[in-house]
Design a protein around this ligand. Structure first.
Ligand code: SAH
Ligand code: SF4
Ligand code: F3S
Length: 449
């Protein structure tokens, strides 16, 4: 029995890709190991979005090199592969910086991993594959090798044509591509048959989805969601990440119409200043976003909103930053992610003359996070006393405890519920903790949906 260990960095699309790489290697006899020390092949599925994310990879590679050498001294072997967005962005450079790396494989090429493993076993060299091949990667992926659990990610759209001036994704993931409807539906049916109850549809710009459907026309994301809502066994649907520009009316109204579509939307705005939004090439103004939020809340008034923010974008003034705080206060987020701007090689903003000092970025990040944190607390506290449907996903830390998710994506801890994993139950929310909720089964012995 050979063993595989994949360490995943970055976004949910990488989580999905890692699961697919596991599926690809299963027919070759690779079972999953829990740590690199026990593996014959180690894959780092990497992220290039901010400098810190990319640098982490090299320190991990240093550690893996030591394990590999120890193994070789004992007469064994270990293969190290770097996959994902750092592989795409840096290619050959990775092997030059860390010669212990055997394989470098970009996110559009990982279906060729088995062939590359065979090649290096034969030729003992390095192997590099970072093309954006015309062949559809998704056509080459095998069926799932193992159940994914109660919740699963399914990539439906990849790549980005938006070219925000701070972002590497258009370069690492290539142009926008949507998978055909039938292929996605077949995958969702297989996952449902294996016990998955909730699917999160993924894409760098998931709401730009335009997939070929069997009738010869194309489906929007709203139409795809509607189709998947009819798959037996699928109880919940989510999607991420959406761009404000592609938030079409049919998708907005879907939130009011499709019951299985959960009331949570991650809709990154990045900044509340029109000047900064323009310099970022976001192609919308702060007021467009405000109007969008209003429309969405009209369609589904309990929707929980989330966003991404960047502070300290080149040229951001105190006034620009205040505009971001003002937008946040107006919108009111259930949850959000915020980052200090990180200059990425090759992106237009990295060459901007007015880079912001790190101390200023830190100050602004702290101020923004204080407001966002208070909003998250307020949202979680507003859930106390409510009864919500929770899909139980995994065991908790305490005996007989399980952790599930509310419709609003909050983790919910419930005692005496371990046997309910994979089921949806009504839970009475008793207390809001900083990043999660605590509840109890509303009716002991209540049936699943
Ligand atoms: N496609 C998605 C998300 C892409 S990356 C979208 O358009 O929203 C996730 C988040 O990382 C972005 O929303 C942005 O907030 C952040 N990010 C991207 N590039 C960054 C950079 N150079 N520095 C800091 N944060 C960045
Ligand atoms: Fe990056 Fe902008 Fe594309 Fe999102 S929309 S992936 S932030 S370029
Ligand atoms: Fe990172 Fe690539 Fe995702 S850069 S955020 S892993 S698309």
């Amino acid at each position: 029995m050979k063993r595989l260990f994949i360490k995943t960095y970055g976004c949910q699309m990488n989580v999905y890709d890692s699961a697919r790489m596991t599926d690809l290697l299963a027919p070759l006899g690779y079972a999953s190991a829990d740590r690199a020390e026990d593996a014959d092949i180690v894959v780092l599925n990497t992220c290039h979005i901010r400098e810190k994310a990319a640098e982490k990879v090299y320190s991990e590679l240093g550690r893996l090199k030591a394990i590999k050498h120890e193994r070789q001294n004992a007469g064994g072997e270990m293969t190290i592969a770097v996959a994902g967005c750092v592989a795409q962005a840096e290619g050959q450079e990775i092997i030059e910086r860390q010669p212990a790396v055997d394989i470098v494989i970009g996110p559009q090429s990982y279906h060729r991993l088995p062939e590359m493993i065979a090649r290096i076993a034969r030729d003992k060299g390095h192997a590099l594959e970072t093309d954006f091949p015309a062949v559809d990667k998704f056509d080459s992926l095998p069926d799932e090798a193992a159940p994914r659990g109660p919740t699963a990610f399914v990539t439906v759209q990849e790549g980005c044509d938006k070219f925000c001036t701070f972002c590497v994704v258009p370069y690492t993931r290539g142009p926008e591509y949507s998978r055909p409807v039938a292929q996605i539906e077949a995958e969702v049916r297989r996952l449902a048959a294996l016990g998955t109850r909730e699917i999160t549809l993924l894409g760098q710009n998931v709401n730009a989805y335009r997939g070929r459907c069997s009738e010869g026309s194309t489906f929007s994301l709203a139409q795809l969601i509607e189709r998947l809502a009819s798959v037996p066994g699928i109880e919940r649907l989510r999607y991420t990440t959406s761009h404000p520009r592609d938030m079409s009316d049919d998708l907005i109204t879907a939130h009011g119409r499709i019951e299985k579509l959960m009331p949570y939307l991650h809709l990154p705005v990045q900044s509340g200043s029109d000047r900064v939004l323009e310099a970022m090439n976001r192609q919308h103004r702060a007021d467009d976003y405000r109007r969008l939020v209003e429309k969405i809340r009209n369609a589904r008034n309990d929707i929980a909103l989330s966003s991404d923010f960047i502070v300290g974008f080149p040229g951001e003034t105190e006034q620009d930053f205040e505009a971001t705080l003002a937008l946040v206060r107006e919108v009111g987020y259930a949850q959000a992610f915020s980052f200090k701007y990180s200059a990425r090689p090759g992106t237009p903003a990295a060459a901007h003359a007015k880079q912001i000092p790190d101390a200023v970025k830190s100050e602004r990040l702290a101020a923004l996070q204080e407001v966002l944190g208070a909003q998250q607390d307020a949202f979680n506290r507003s859930c106390e006393g409510q009864t919500m449907e929770v899909l139980f996903e995994k065991p908790g830390r305490r005996k007989d405890q399980a952790i599930g998710r509310s419709p609003y994506l909050q983790p919910v801890h419930v005692e005496r519920s371990l046997t309910r994993i994979g089921e949806i139950h009504d839970v009475l929310i008793e207390a809001a903790l900083p990043n999660s909720l605590k509840g109890r089964l509303a009716r002991e012995g209540a049936g699943t949906h």
